[in-house]
Design a protein around this ligand. Structure first.
Ligand SMILES: C[S@@+](CC[C@H](N)C(=O)[O-])C[C@H]1O[C@@H](n2cnc3c(N)ncnc32)[C@H](O)[C@@H]1O
Length: 441
């Protein structure tokens, strides 16, 4: 039986109420306003989504706090602050935490100008020959000699900022983020792909480092100035949970009025690998500057597919039976259809939902009764088997007192904003928006 899908086109503004399972075609040009355009980040959602959710669910609340437990590049946090609400963001990824902080921290523009002038003077000073050098053997594969020298000099001089301008950590963070945001463009790696790789078929002319860095700094300055003007006293707090601390311990009894997030997808994005070039140059700040350290660090990301045989070899759908029939059938089908990698993929899928189960349980502890939790998630294909992630997550959420109040979808247009899953098992390119309400304490 084919169900009739309702399609609706909207321009810029998402209507407050949308019919169940309607798919929106959202036409929008404004996805990079204010600080939203800082730094590329895999799997971003469009700012219109948190904007819609905050307007719909907090319109009567004067003082409220919004939580994004998988905050990525901070889209929810920026929109919360712009609309006058405090926000808390949590993410395992240290670069995501840095970007989110920078996007939501007001900056003293006079001081920023002073530090940029100082940076320029030092960069052009030919007597300064010291450079920062990433500790990797393959640097020449990723960057040409000119880029290596100039990036090394910029990073060396940025490292001096805290000594020359103490107590300006926020400006230091903004400049480091800006530096990181030019790295892919000045590298030999393909700009269009989310994955970090040097294409042998597409010739790339890396951009000149200094001119790109200063034009980006200018753009950052203007955007943060716009943010300064628009945002009144609302603030964001961004927390890194690299040690997989429970949400309760991280949030510490703070009242959360609304949660908005897009969790990772199964097997979809390798955040660390996608940011490898950037991490060569700034990963030392987080202790993940080499590929070896990055590989061990990424084990804790939800949806991560780098799992060793010892971990998945004991997996069987009988032994790891879940309470969700459709998931159990999916896991069995993956093993039956994919003779080569089925066992591993089934385990990765099982583990993803086990981790999301733990997530809903923790969210249920921190959200007040009647609070809403808005989750944006896409279905996936694993080993050619369609996994109805949104439907399965709804069943898990139900176990922890989350009632599905509405479900609608929107077409994914920009593969940088969300991962393009077209052609991977035939599931259409849609993100589902699940509107949950916490129904009991
Ligand atoms: C789809 S992205 C969120 C993107 C975000 N909505 C934005 O607009 O930038 C999912 C995020 O989940 C994070 N993540 C993965 N595993 C996590 C974990 N165990 N705890 C917290 N965050 C995690 C990833 O680092 C990634 O930033």
């Amino acid at each position: 039986m084919t169900e009739k899908i309702e399609l609706q086109t909207v321009n810029e503004i998402i209507p407050e109420n949308i019919n169940f399972e309607t798919i929106l075609n959202i036409n929008t040009k404004s996805v990079n306003e204010l600080t939203h355009g800082f730094h590329k980040y895999p799997g971003k959602f469009i700012p219109q989504i948190p904007n819609w959710a905050i307007n719909k669910y907090l319109k009567k609340t004067k003082k409220a706090t919004v939580l994004d437990p998988f905050c990525g590049s901070g889209t929810t946090l920026v929109e919360s602050n712009v609309l006058g609400y405090n926000a808390i963001g949590i993410d395992i990824d240290p670069l995501s935490v840095l970007i989110s902080q920078v996007k939501t921290t007001k900056i003293n523009i006079d001081k920023l100008n002073e530090i940029i002038d100082w940076l320029k003077k030092n960069l052009l000073d030919t007597k300064i020959n010291s450079v920062f050098l990433p500790k990797i053997n393959t640097l020449n594969h990723w960057f040409n000699t000119d880029a290596i020298h100039k990036l090394g000099k910029i990073r060396f001089i940025i490292n001096e900022i805290p000594k020359v301008f103490p107590d300006n950590q926020d400006i230091h963070n903004l400049i480091i983020t800006c530096f990181s945001s030019i790295i892919r463009r000045v590298s030999n790696a393909d700009n269009q792909s989310q994955k970090t790789y040097v294409s042998h078929t597409l010739n790339k002319n890396p951009e000149e480092v200094y001119s790109l860095f200063f034009s980006q700094l200018n753009y950052y300055k203007q955007s943060i100035n716009d943010f300064n003007v628009i945002v009144d006293s609302a603030k964001s707090k961004v927390l890194n949970n690299s040690s997989s601390e429970s949400l309760n311990n991280l949030i510490l009894n703070q009242d959360i009025d609304l949660a908005i997030t897009s969790p990772p997808y199964i097997k979809a994005i390798d955040y660390v690998y996608n940011q490898m070039a950037e991490l060569f140059w700034i990963g030392d700040l987080f202790g993940i500057e080499t590929q070896e350290k990055q590989n061990s660090f990424k084990q804790n990301y939800i949806g991560n597919k780098q799992i060793n045989k010892a971990e998945y070899s004991k997996f069987t759908p009988q032994k790891f039976k879940t309470e969700i029939e459709i998931l159990d059938i999916n896991l069995k089908t993956i093993i039956e259809t994919d003779k080569k990698n089925g066992l591993k993929h089934a385990y990765v899928t099982w583990k993803y939902f086990a981790e999301m189960d733990k997530h809903f349980k923790e969210m249920s502890n921190i959200l007040k009764k009647d609070a809403s939790y808005i989750m944006v998630v896409g279905d996936s294909a694993v080993s050619g088997v369609n996994i109805y992630t949104a439907t399965i997550l709804c069943k898990i959420a139900e176990k922890y007192s989350f009632k599905l109040a509405n479900k609608w979808g929107y077409k994914i247009k920009n593969r940088y904003m969300r991962f393009d899953r077209k052609g991977r098992g035939g599931i259409i390119n849609i993100d589902w928006v699940l509107e949950f309400k916490k129904v009991s304490e």
